[in-house]
Ligand binder design. Structure first.
Ligand SMILES: [Zn+2]
Ligand SMILES: [Zn+2]
Length: 332
């Protein structure tokens, strides 16, 4: 399981790309289907089977609304705002985003930021909390049961001095409860006790299932499958399905290449709802100092990746590492 780490050898980064194998494409499609699409289809099937018995339009509206809000809490709040400081938020926006992120049940804000910073610092190398080099299942879910040992005093010491962040982190369980109380209450208001139950089921638990698997897919799928647009010293990849479901987080190779960028979708066709949200907040003057990748830097990194933006097999990836370049770093 952890043979790569214990051996002390550098990770075999390009070999993870199953698309390089003769049967790679079939295998690729099968795994992506299992990990990301099948649970969604199963949920759709459950909806059909239970229609007007245990699921109603109100339940789906609750599911869609809460999924969107919580996903933005994780992507815009926990990830781009808190961990990478991609923009400076209005204090009210900061509070709302941190609360929404907390409702994802992915740990308190400070712990999340510490773990993610450690991931960037050691991506696909010994010490990475959730690298698929320790096994795909480990990267997706197993790592949660392991000791990640990401000490906030090492990885995000500045957050320990941020009173708002400390407050939201210390009251984490309150926001977790809110993730269940809100759909239960709204469902109850709309349909009595039966509505409260189905509201909790779809707006609470199914929403949670989707949020977890989409987030975990960034760690597992996007370090295993998909295309690499930029040369980085990790196995990060762009996977459009996760990009779609994760509101832009699936453009993960872009993100590892430019960690501070507020926008993970770097091409017009790369759907990035989190990025659009940050742009909207900026227009509304609720966000400032939005970090954009300088066009010259983007062009230089694209050229370095082989001219067409795709790293060819055998490219000297570790040499053209994603080590922070001037104006570009993991945190600030
Ligand atoms: Zn990553
Ligand atoms: Zn990140």
């Amino acid at each position: 399981m952890s043979n790569v780490r214990s051996s002390g050898q550098p990770p075999r980064l390009p070999s993870l790309s199953l698309t390089h194998l003769p049967v790679g494409r079939l295998l690729y499609n099968a795994v992506v289907l299992v990990v990301v699409v099948v649970p969604l289809l199963a949920t759709a099937l459950a909806i059909t089977l239970l229609w007007e018995r245990a699921v109603h339009w109100a339940d789906l509206a609750l599911l869609a609304t809460l999924y969107t809000l919580v996903a933005l809490g994780v992507t815009v709040g926990y990830h781009r705002m808190l961990t990478h400081r991609s923009f400076r938020p209005h204090p009210a926006v900061k509070l709302v985003l941190l609360v929404l992120g907390s409702m994802a049940l992915e740990g308190d804000a400070i712990t999340w930021a510490a773990t993610h910073t450690k991931h960037h610092a050691l991506a696909d190398r010994p010490g990475d909390p959730h690298s698929p080099l320790d096994g795909f299942f480990h990267a997706h879910l197993g790592w949660i049961f392991a000791e990640t040992d990401a000490d906030p005093r090492t990885y995000c010491r500045h957050l320990l001095r941020d009173r708002l962040v400390v407050f939201v982190s210390r009251t984490h369980l309150l926001w977790v409860a809110l993730a269940l109380v809100i759909p239960f209450s709204v469902g109850g208001l709309l349909g009595g006790w039966a509505g409260a139950f189905t509201g909790l089921l779809w707006g609470g638990l199914v929403r949670q299932f989707l949020t977890h698997h989409v987030t975990w897919s960034v760690n597992s799928v996007c370090h295993t499958f998909g295309r690499r647009a930029f040369a980085t010293n990790d196995a990060s990849r762009n996977e459009w399905i996760v990009g779609l479901l994760g509101f832009g987080e699936g453009w993960h190779n872009n993100h590892h290449a430019f960690p501070r960028s507020a926008f993970h979708g770097l091409r017009w066709w790369q759907f990035d709802l989190a990025g659009y949200t940050i742009r909207l907040l900026e227009r509304l003057r609720l966000a400032s100092d939005v970090y954009r990748v300088p066009p010259a830097l983007l062009a230089r990194r694209t050229r370095r990746a082989g001219g067409n933006g795709v790293v060819l097999p055998g490219a000297r990836e570790r040499e053209t590492a994603s080590a922070p370049t001037p104006g570009e770093s993991i945190l600030a």
